[in-house]
Design a protein around this ligand. Structure first.
Ligand code: HEC
Length: 274
């Protein structure tokens, strides 16, 4: 029953060939929902405005099949394909008002953030379907919507550009969002590199200063950075969890070097405990 419905929708969306490809992938999505029928929220808190769109309605804004070697590299996959649209198409269709950033609220308590300037500079895309090669193991969090770095984009290699499982796109003000962390960089200039590395790679899952996601829990509750030896323990525990063989493909180690980890620990020492 579900299969037939999926097939009918897919063939309606694209040509027969694309339809068949998309259907294979759609039926392998674990929670069974057809990506075309899923709904997502776009909201503009300052304007008190909200719209809900289905995957199909998003695809109608310019979805087509693409590859991403950036994604394949970060996930250790080969030949992944996506139905994806330029994020710019959304910005053009829904003028952003005062907002200069978009907060990405995810199903698994991951909270991504992108500036609209970076979205434009790096030509970022939004994938509505993720079509993995047959032998690729899909971690539980890998569902649309997915931020996608397109081929040829100069986007730096960071966790920031790997946000998946997005259910709401909230248009916000960048400086206001980051203020709790930037205040620390202002008060303690030596912590600025740590703040930046944390913003680019960690805050999405480890909230700090009252912002960010809860997926990985608070690092400030786990580590007392003021105690001697805690920084080294923090780095060791990071490397023990976030390595390339992480069971849930949370290989964050690939995005940061040892110096950045030390800088992150130095910055966390300055943050008030929650
Ligand atoms: C995709 C989400 C995600 C991102 C991004 C992420 N983490 Fe984690 N992190 C987790 C999860 C989940 C755990 C496991 C938590 C647990 O077991 O309680 C974890 C565990 C850790 C641990 C080990 C904690 C312990 O109890 O041993 C450290 C240290 C850590 N992360 C630091 C970082 C740093 C530093 C960054 C950025 C460079 C980062 N994480 C980015 C999700 C994430």
């Amino acid at each position: 029953m579900r299969r037939m419905k999926t097939g009918a929708v897919c063939i309606g969306v694209g040509g027969l060939l694309l339809g068949l490809f998309a259907c294979t992938a759609a039926s392998s999505v674990k929670n069974g929902a057809n990506p075309a029928d899923r709904t997502y929220t776009l909201s503009w808190p300052v304007l008190a405005k909200q719209v809900r769109l289905t995957g199909k309605e998003l695809e109608d804004l310019g979805g087509r099949e693409v590859a991403s070697s950036y994604f394949d590299r970060a996930m250790s996959y080969k030949n992944s394909r996506f139905i994806s649209l330029p994020f710019e198409n959304i910005l053009r269709h829904y003028p952003e008002g005062e907002a200069d950033a978009v907060l990405l609220d995810c199903v698994d308590d991951y909270q991504g953030l992108l500036s609209l300037a970076d979205i434009r500079r790096f030509g970022l895309e939004l994938a509505t379907r993720i079509l993995l090669a047959p032998d690729s193991e899909r971690p539980g969090w890998l569902h649309p919507l997915l931020i996608l770095v397109p081929e040829g984009s100069p986007a730096p290699f960071q966790e920031r550009y790997m946000t998946a499982n997005i259910r709401e796109l909230r248009f916000v003000n960048l400086r206001q969002y980051y203020r709790p962390l930037d205040d620390i960089a202002d008060r303690f200039p030596e912590s600025a590199p740590g703040v930046q590395a944390f913003k680019d790679n960690c805050v999405y899952c480890h909230s700090a200063g009252g912002i960010g996601g809860g997926k990985g829990g608070s690092l400030l509750k786990k580590f007392d950075f003021k105690l001697a030896g805690k920084r080294d323990q923090f780095v060791a525990r990071f490397l023990a969890f976030h390595h390339k063989d992480n069971a849930d493909k949370q290989n964050v180690e690939q995005f940061v070097d040892h110096q950045q980890l030390k800088a992150i620990a130095g910055f966390l020492e300055k943050v008030e405990k929650p």
